[in-house]
Write a protein that binds this ligand. Sequence first.
Ligand code: 5AD
Ligand code: SF4
Length: 473
Amino acid sequence: MQLPNLNAARLRTNAAVDYVYLNSENNSPFTNQKYFLKTYGCQMNVHDSEEIAAHLSSLGYTKTEDLKEADIVILNTCAIRENAHDKVFGFLGRCKHLKKEKPNLIIGLCGCMAQEENVVSEIRAHHPYVDLVFGTHNIHELPQLILEKQKEQAINVYSYEGKVFENIPYNRDSQIKAWVNIQYGCDKFCTYCIVPYTRGKQRSRKSQDILKEVEDLKDAGYQEVTLLGQNVNAYGKDLEGEMSFADLLEAVSKTGIPRIRFVTSHPWDFTDAMIETIAKYPNIMPYIHLPLQSGSSRILKLMGRRYTKEEYLHLYQTIKEKVPNVAITTDIIVGFPNETAEDFEETLDVVNTCQFDGAYTFIYSPREGTPAAKMLDAIDLPTKEERLQRLNTLINHYSKIANTKYVGKTVKVLVEGPSEKGKDKLFGYTETMKLVNFPGSQDLIGEIIDVEITAAKSFSLDGEVVKDAITNH
Ligand code: 5AD
Ligand code: SF4
């Protein structure tokens, strides 16, 4: 179909992408219309939503937090576990209801679930009120999809798209800290995980493009960047002659941006050079998310994780020794097919040894198309739930201990905004990614300041600003 004549301006033509932008405030049919964007899942999706928001505002839409006000609803979905799927279809039900009152409402679904063939078939067969479906590889086509939308459903999902796009527009949620993609997709194919199927194989961005983006963010006043990828420390392995992740970290550090973080690291790709770089540069934050998944070497093998319990522990201890005051968090799955009581005890053993600062814990969820989904599993759900509960109790115990160690200490906090914990309170994060709530003036937002920790909770710290100690670095 022809695009309507809307002064569509092709602003970007690099990397064979044409972003369709409407270059006038007045002649877009979407001016005065509102978008409601709901994001499920990981930081990658959160960042993708910043791109979706940019496309929607380029068409003239403004954001609303109120579903009832929306003229277009976009659900950016996650496929990592079955419950994410259930939540999305639950929310779609609400949208369907709303559409009865508001027949022109556009409903769009994107993200990892849109990359699943069975989901697309389900939408086609049973959810005709969904107007648009697009995938993780063609977010840039959203403006076109909206403009071309006719009465019938528009489904446009690539099964695999190898391109890496540059100069992607983002409506960033924060003016203080920013996500920076360094790599897309994943080549690890852990047997339980759907990500390599929904996001495709690993594609790294060129280091010069990443560095340029970080420089620009620094010039725009950003205090923190988080380098983002499913497997950041495999960075560059898919590009001939590209630098390693350790070298990239060093180069990003040298831009002088005050704070650098990165997620997620795979233990198998963690090198000594990385550890040295993290220890050497003060603007690389001493905080590492290092997914364990299981403490049993037998289960790790079945998961295809490429390390044993002992290798993980060795890496963990090395990081702890070499990086002063480092905080380490993890991901753990319980109830992988045929995880025995002994396997689970091995996981508890690692948790007792490592005493993680925190952990995200999950019950294994079979994902169609992954090798683990075909494995027979004799362990019942109540057993898995009981294990999860035991694990969480232990994890919370160590989080509290880790937090308690901060009481009486003065730490640097990047102040992000007003706290939910009360009027005149602010919140921010320590270098080690601990959430701190403290009383203070709004002028401090965006600054890195010294805060003395006065109390520790399980999931946050309370503090007091150390007067005259705004560091401004
Ligand atoms: N079931 C449960 N948890 C999973 N994760 C990934 N796939 C699954 C699955 N099929 C968890 C892993 C990963 C985190 C992002 O989600 O722990 O690190
Ligand atoms: Fe999934 Fe494993 Fe890749 Fe992480 S490393 S995204 S768990 S396949």
